[in-house]
Design a protein around this ligand. Structure first.
Ligand SMILES: [Fe+2]
Length: 275
């Protein structure tokens, strides 16, 4: 067998690397950012009323429309969500990336989304660069929760969906959001997942967030290399904390760099059960 000389080995490795880098870049730019993964998760909550046992919640967010997310991508996302037939639909913020003139062409798609118990949204940090996002989401049929809550009633039971302003760009106030809320199972929408550390005992049963993008670019073993402020501790999937639980959705769009690697865009289907 031919002995591989040091020089040949180096040469072949460099050729391999030179082929791999553009292939990886092409995949991360052209394939993975549009390859939506639907992730299903069962979540067990002790305060969930019996009537809501098995309720299905579809979570999506971080569209960042205007940055590598065009009208066709939004339509594709909306089609995927429609197929899931949400009972409750939650949007975790960052509708746009910056400019808000991209909203009108995609708004009719969001209007088409339907959910039996309602559609709810919070604003993300990127939604504060103008004042069109909240009224547009409202036009699309979403209840926009800005330090406020909504109570869903089913027979004699109720479930609270609360939402806070963004931790980085707004004035997130959980006490204000929960003012007058009935003492029952409470879900909280907060764009930034690290807000969970501000929650006191018995306030919130499950916080649902986005913002981290799961890191957007991840490496085997190492995982996410960089996440933004507000998503340093809770980055992806489910966490049980001492005072609450957190679920983080990886989002659908990208920001800063139009790449996703080992971190597919995601729509989450959460099913709630009694613990
Ligand atoms: Fe964000």
């Amino acid at each position: 067998m031919e002995q591989l000389s040091r020089r040949t080995f180096l040469k072949r490795s460099l050729i391999g690397l030179a082929t791999l880098i553009p292939l990886t870049a092409g995949y991360s730019y052209g394939v993975e950012p549009r390859w939506i993964e639907v992730v299903e998760r069962k979540i067990f909550l002790s305060k969930l009323p019996k009537t809501f046992e098995g309720i299905q919640i579809v979570v999506f967010g971080d569209l960042h429309v205007g940055f590598h997310m065009n009208e066709r991508d939004v339509l594709h996302t909306v089609d995927k969500i429609k197929q899931l037939k949400p009972e409750i639909l939650l949007f975790t913020g960052d509708f746009v990336d910056g400019k808000q003139d991209v909203i009108p062409p995609v708004l009719p798609y969001l209007q088409e989304l339907d959910a039996s118990y309602g559609k709810f949204a919070v604003l993300g940090n990127h939604d504060y660069y103008g004042d069109l996002v909240a009224p547009s989401l409202k036009d699309a049929g979403f209840t926009v929760l800005r330090n406020s809550h909504h109570t869903i009633k089913k027979k004699n039971d109720s479930l609270v969906i609360a939402g806070v302003e963004d931790l980085l760009m707004g004035n997130a106030d959980l006490n204000q959001a929960l003012e007058g809320a009935p003492d029952t199972c409470t879900l909280l929408l907060s764009h930034c997942p690290d807000f969970a550390d501000e929650i006191s005992q018995d306030q919130v049963d499950l916080q649902i967030s986005g913002h981290s993008h799961g890191g957007q670019i991840r490496f085997p073993i190492v995982g996410a290399v960089i996440t933004p402020p507000g998503a340093k501790k809770y980055i992806d999937d489910f966490y049980t904390l001492e005072k609450t639980n957190v679920y983080v959705n990886r989002g659908l769009g990208t920001t800063i760099l139009p790449f996703r690697f080992l971190c597919r865009p995601q729509i989450s289907v959460l099913r709630l059960y009694r613990k």
